[in-house]
Design a protein around this ligand. Structure first.
Ligand code: NAD
Ligand code: LMR
Length: 336
């Protein structure tokens, strides 16, 4: 009984702390492998007042299920008919986009481009029309290309705000932090490894040295490989049934929570994320993931990569070569 009362008190405090602002969050692809647990986590977030789920199939069913959870936010599901997407998006502060196909064993993320580019392009058009001021969080792969696609669509519609477009790379940070804690027998909650670059293979660059670690030789190579190819580990284990969904849902919810906290006035909220960035524009790289301070306007400040080792410098060089190609490919998608 005591614990029930305690839980109630904690919940009440959380609600009153966040009651300052109405925050509508919409999830496009809300009935998918990521969309369902991500929507569940958003329903559990007291900062969210309204949750809107859109999918080409199954949105209302998932929404009905989640709506029974006893937190205050309202939940509604939408489908493609009767302006469903437009209504889902209207008034959204955050739009999460996990809509798109996942990898099967043997595929690269770039192999998803042909299918996912048009899905993301069409959803971005709808966002530009119905929620032009929302923070747009792109999860659909290949992130290195789908984020530039969104930017091109927003530009073509005259609503591009680089401070509000984010490629979600949080899963790389989550993995790097978990993997180092396994190696060093530390509490993963105390680890926060910065990961910069992009979100695929060699473009994923963990900066272990900045957390005070100095692994060497095979141990360092293996760690970096595991972070760069952690997604493949899951794709292989799922054996044709898709890619990471549950860990991704946690990572997406963490990033959305960071944005909501920052929007509600919390200072010093920093997350690595893939954004329109000045850091390597002189090398022809328009988007780059680095630590970003978040604020009420989205991107508050893009932090420099900072001091890195010669080993990490080499990783960064390899990253830039691939990243540039991925970004160019996204930018070339027809916006028509
Ligand atoms: P999934 O197939 O389980 O779910 C995708 C959902 O999108 C489905 O419910 C589908 O109906 C829906 N959908 C398809 N086209 C749509 C459209 N036009 N509008 C609305 N909904 C649409 O796939 P998943 O496992 O959830 O993965 C989704 C995407 O996320 C994939 O591209 C995957 O590669 C990517 N992903 C990214 C990260 C990351 O770190 N950024 C991590 C894991 C997966
Ligand atoms: C991941 O990193 O798990 C995702 O990008 C999904 C994938 O295809 O690996």
């Amino acid at each position: 009984m005591a614990s029930r009362h305690m839980f109630g008190a904690v919940q009440r405090r959380a609600f009153s702390a966040s009651a300052k602002q109405a925050s509508k969050v919409s999830v496009l692809g809300g009935a998918g492998g990521i969309g369902q647990p991500l929507s569940l986590l958003m329903k559990l977030n007291p900062r969210v007042t309204e949750l809107a789920l859109y999918d080409i199939k199954g949105g209302p069913g998932v929404a009905a299920d989640i709506s029974h959870i006893n937190t205050k936010s309202t939940v509604k599901g939408y489908q493609p008919d009767a302006d469903g997407l437009k209504q889902c998006l209207a008034g959204s502060e955050i739009v999460l986009i996990p809509a798109g196909v996942p990898r099967k064993p043997g595929m690269t993320r770039d192999d998803l481009f042909n299918t996912n580019a048009s899905i993301v392009r069409d959803l971005a058009k709808a966002v530009a029309d119905a929620a032009p001021e929302a923070n747009v969080l792109v999860i659909a792969n290949p992130v290195n290309s789908t984020v530039p696609i969104c930017a091109e669509i927003f530009k073509s519609k005259g609503v591009y705000n680089p401070k509000r477009l984010f490629g979600v790379t949080t899963l790389d940070v989550v993995r790097a932090s978990r993997f180092i804690s396994q190696l060093k027998s530390t509490d993963p909650a105390d680890e926060n490894i910065t990961v910069v670059g992009g979100h695929s293979g060699a473009t994923i660059v963990p900066l272990l040295s900045q957390a005070g670690y100095s692994l060497e030789g095979k141990e360092l190579d293996d760690f970096v490989y595991r972070v760069q190819f952690g997604g493949d580990e899951v794709v292989k284990a799922k054996d044709g049934a898709g890619s990471a969904t549950l860990s991704m849902a946690m990572a997406g919810a963490r990033f959305a929570e960071s944005l909501l906290k920052a929007a509600q006035g919390q200072k010093g909220v920093v997350e690595p994320t893939f954004v329109d960035s000045p850091l390597y524009k002189s090398d022809g790289i328009d988007f780059f993931a680095s630590k970003v301070e978040l604020g009420p306007s989205g991107v508050e400040k893009i932090l420099e990569v900072g001091k890195i080792t010669p080993y990490e410098e080499k990783l960064l060089d390899a990253c830039k070569t691939d990243l540039k190609k991925n970004i160019e490919k996204g930018k070339l998608v027809s916006v028509g």
